[in-house]
Every structure is written in C-alpha cells, then in structure tokens.
Design a protein around this ligand. Sequence first.
Ligand code: ZN
Length: 428
Amino acid sequence: MWDPERMSTFRKKRRAAVLEHASRTPYYKSVFERMGATWRDLVDDSAFIEIPLTHKSDVRDRPNDFLARPRVKGDSIVRTSGTTGSSLAIFKDANAIAEMWAVWWRYRHWHGITRGTWCAFFSGRRFMGEGQGAPYWRTNYPGREVRFSGHHISPATVQCYVDRLNRSRLPWIHGFPSVIASLARCMLERGLGLDYQPLVLTVGGENLTPWQLKSIQDAFGVTPVQHYGLAEQVANISECVEGRLHVDEDFAEVELINQGGGLSQIVGTPYGNGATVLLRYATGDLAVADKDHCTCGRAGRLVASIDGRQYDVIVLPDGRFAAPAAAFIPALGLAEAQVVQHENGSLTVRYVPSVGWSAGSLEALDHSLRNFVGQAMEVNYVRVDEVQRTPTGKVRFAISELRGNERANQVSPSPSLEERGPAIPSQS
Ligand SMILES: [Zn+2]
C-alpha cells in the first residue's frame, strides 16, 4: 500500500544491492567488464536496461558462474524441469525461500487465508500407487492439509472426493487448474456439487485456460484466484481482491518488454537471493501490460493477463508465432485440450469432451482455431481420455516437436512451486 515514491526508493536500494552482489559472480563480472562499467554505473533506470538479458541457456550451461559466493549449508537447489529432459539448477539461500513464502502468504492473506486455514490440496504429484483404492487422500494435521490424489479422479471415484469435501467443509481449495478442473468435470457429469460455499479456491503452477475456468465456476460456484511465480523467483504477480493481477514490486525487478501484438515478455531480476544471482532474466512467459490503476490501492503495476507462456505457442507456416489457446472457447463443451506441433509443422489437437459437447462442436472448434492458424495448416483432431502430463503432473497446452525451435523447446519455466506451504518443502 506504499505510495509510488516510497516504493521506488525501496526498489532502487534493492536493485543496487543485487548489482553489487552480481559483480562478485564470474558471469556478471565479465558482463560488466565488457560493458566497461562497474555495478555503481548500472543502478539508474537507463543504465540498468543496457545490461544484456540473461537466458535460460546461459544458466543451464554454467550454473556455478552465477554464484556470488561458494555454496553453503542451508542453500537449496531448485531444479526446473522441461519436457526435453534438460533441467536448470538454481541455488537459493534461506532468505530467498523465506521471501518467496512471505510474498505468497501475503497474497493468500488478501483472500482471507491464514496459516491455520484448512486446505483441500489437489496435487499433481503422485503420492499413492496407481492400483491403490480409497481413500484417495492423506491428511496432514500439523500442516492443516488434506491432500487429494489428482491421479485417481474419475467419474467412478468423484463421489468419494465430494463426500470428503462436504464432510469436513474444507474452506480453501488449492491446486493445479488441470487437476481441479478434472474434478469439476466429473462433478458436472455426475450432477454432484458441494453442500457448502468454500471461502476461496486458488490455482497455480499452470495457466488457467478458459474452459477450465468455466468448469470450475460451474462445479464449485466460485471464481478461482491465481498468482504467477517461478521457481527462479525472478517475478511474482498476485491477484488482488478486485480480481486484478498486481506485480509484486518489492519482490523482484519486473520488466514487461514489448514483443509486439500487445504482448510483453516478463523479464525479472530477483532481489532477495544471496546464492544464484540473475540480472534481467528472460522468463519466456508473456503478459499483457495494463496501464490502468486498481481501486484496491495496492502499489504494483497491473497486468491484464498472463497470456500463455512462450512454450504455449505454435509456429505458423510463415514463421510467426501464434498463441491459439483462446480458440478453445468454453461454449464448445471441452474438458481438456492440447495442441501438438509435429516436426513437419502440422498440428494434432487432442481433446476431451465434457458436458455440452455436441455433434457440431468439432466443426466449431476447427472454425475457431482456423482464425488463429489460418487455412493452410494441416490440423488433425484426436479424441482422448486425458491429455499428456509432465512428470510432475502439469499440463502444457502446446507441445512442440519442431527441431531447432529453441524457443518452444526451452526448459519449462516451472511457473510456480506446487506446494502450498513451507510445512512440506519441495525445493531441497
Ligand atoms: Zn488491486
């Protein structure tokens, strides 16, 4: 709630600290030398943006060059995983972890969640064997969490899940949107609902797609609240009580760099990490900047939407990128959808129908998709029971098999850690 001047002073102080810190890393020491500058020369806005962007591939190839000091006991290693199997190692000190949870819990507090609020957590990770039967949850009393298995949700088991929620009237529902939407779809199919109104439903870790939003609203009677964060901690964006997305300006230096077409790339410099230092790190994630001010009075800049990560784009025959998720409108009656772009450029659309899917829906979907990809592209449609998941249970909307498409094949920026609280750290 600080005024812009106070926030700006605070940010400048933190920026200077991170630049000083960066000057002690082998990577940025040589960047600064090439620029003929010391860290002090780079504190002002105009000089700071002259620092070349840092890309994932830079860090992946030599993670130790980004360390400002030797690793110490208490540092955590966070690995972001990608579908290509390569991973990125980021080292975080205890302070970085603490700042991340502080900024996440601040956002949760805005929505009435406290450390004592019981959570129904819909996990993407496996914690039960495939063949294990009911109950499809485990209760963590000290952590105030009932963890539900996302892998066992089906029309046959959904009654158990709904009964469990109703029995304890769990006030806070949280998880990956793909998992909660899958529960919602089964509830709608079976005509089941909650007999209480949850306090709040939060999602994170993946983009929330329009068709998931519709299913969740219909089944739970609440609109999901979301935030954006990355394992790399280079940016954080939180939804406020007015439903607007605010950049957490005190957490990281966030730049929204225009990419054309109304989209900006999120580029970030984390403030609070004494281990791995990153300056102007290109996340590959896209957002739509919003010049408006929010009536809630919070300081952070607004973004209108976080619009599909760059790996959620496909490449058109003329080389342009398109983000076709918006073609998959909820009215079609979709439960899930995924686009695979093959080596020859053609697309396969995998889709899971939901209630409301009708004879004309596929044709309508094709018509809608053609508005994004044009008529020339070969598109095949495959009806499936479930779309492909990553090893950690995340759904990626677009999967690229194009060779040399470094952008689309980059390591996945694990958009936010899955865990809901420090009671069960996932990072170490
Ligand atoms: Zn607001």
